[in-house]
Design a protein around this ligand. Sequence first.
Ligand SMILES: [Mg+2]
Length: 171
Amino acid sequence: MIKQFIPNEYIPSVFDLNLEELNDRQIKGIITDLDNTLVEWDRPEATPELLDWMYFVKRQGFQVTIVSNNNKERVSSFSEPTGIQFIHSAKKPMGHAFRKACKRMGLKKNEVVVIGDQVLTDVFGGNRAGFYTVLVVPVGQGDGFFTKINRKVERRVLHRLKDKGLIQWEE
Ligand SMILES: [Mg+2]
């Protein structure tokens, strides 16, 4: 059970994703969280750097879907200008939205990675649904109300994993 909270990979940001390695592992799709993963939760639009990255990722042949627990207004107004497909109100860690995203991309779950900044929603949900999971350091400092609560629980989980020697990284 506790292993479900451990990501397969832990990287500083989405920009550090090793696309070549993903390609070598036959990964063809990326499911990414939005808030604090792609941009700060309160930034309405993608940064120029992120737009470049998304363009590059697509050029490398990857499909991308944004899967966010946030509402339709937030997720669509962010995603539509980027041309990236999205699922809002995803109810992560439930697996339904991940499976839906896979289906839309026409990919199997072993061809898709799940990326996000939260252990309790992105990593736990992704692992439980059978995906390769990647945890990133949250973009920005601020958080919404529910995320703040989640992070408190998350820190506790991470500390327990560390105590058990199941993870090595520093916070
Ligand atoms: Mg997030």
